[in-house]
Design a protein around this ligand. Sequence first.
Ligand code: NDP
Length: 321
Amino acid sequence: MKVLLTGITGFLARRIAHDLLAAGHHVRGSLRDRGKGEAVRALMPEAAAHRLEFVELDLTKDDGWNEAAQGTDAVIHTASPFPIMQTPADPQTIIRPAVEGTERALRAAKAAGVARVILTSSVVAVENGPRPEDDRPRDERDWSSADHPNANAYVRSKTEAERAAWAFAEAEGLLLTTICPGLVMGPPLGDEAGTSLGIIARILSGKDPMVPPVAFEIVDVRDVSRAHVVALETPATAGRRFLLVAGKMWFADIARIVAAEAPHRGISTRTAPRLLVRALAMMDPALRGLVPVLGRNEPISGEKARIELGIDYIPPDDAVR
Ligand code: NDP
């Protein structure tokens, strides 16, 4: 298949491009800056690098989208603003590009007669809503809501973009699958780590005397890429949503693994009391986003992807390591 893959410079999309090429597909990767293309090509399987081409696209501009989708068989849309540690003054600086970029990708698919679309959504579009009534683990049936205490700009951007995609696909008859990964760990291709691995870089810096009492859903980038490729190659996954969660880990558990790998960095694995984080967050805006999730560790299930996509999850400890 020939696939338009948006955001090919990203941590996740570099891996998806690699795996698509290794599986024999052709990839038209979109980037904002064509100058970054050759560095991406150098990371691809050598024998397949000629099946990779680039196109310039920006989520916030109309230019080039329809042409980019022409002649392809499917669109995998991963590009989205991803400011994990920052809270912008105006949430729309994140929400608008995410939602409008998704609409541009789906409109381009429709205009080019491409029915198959895979969208990278996120666990944050699933877990920040009302608790399931029967106390079951959260899963693909659940949706985040704008009035939830943790509905920050990024949460809203992913939730609204995915909702917009489902609405468009239903109205226009597109065959959409959405993939909702937890925090993506695992080995980056190339030197650029990507946003989520910033957490590991922060721990490695050894500068924090304690870590916050926050739990993450972990999944390895190799499994997330595989889920996109399997979804693409399996028409029966159209109309379905898949959560990708290998397991949950507290920040301190992640720090313990990193500390064991880098014993000379003085990495602290002590968990800060919630009250202390709350007090610090009043002075430090960078910590404010943590307050609604302090101590939160609700059950969530990535089983559907295991069963229906055949994802035999890499254990979270290995992903972090
Ligand atoms: P990266 O930050 O590594 O990649 C983000 C990509 O989006 C980059 O290619 C970036 O391009 C592109 N992008 C951002 N803004 C624009 C824009 N205005 N126009 C065009 N391209 C843009 O993140 P990841 O690879 O980790 O994330 C990929 C996807 O996975 C995102 O949709 C993210 O929300 C989702 N996701 C990631 C998780 C994680 O833990 N990593 C967890 C769950 C979901 P450029 O290089 O030009 O900046």
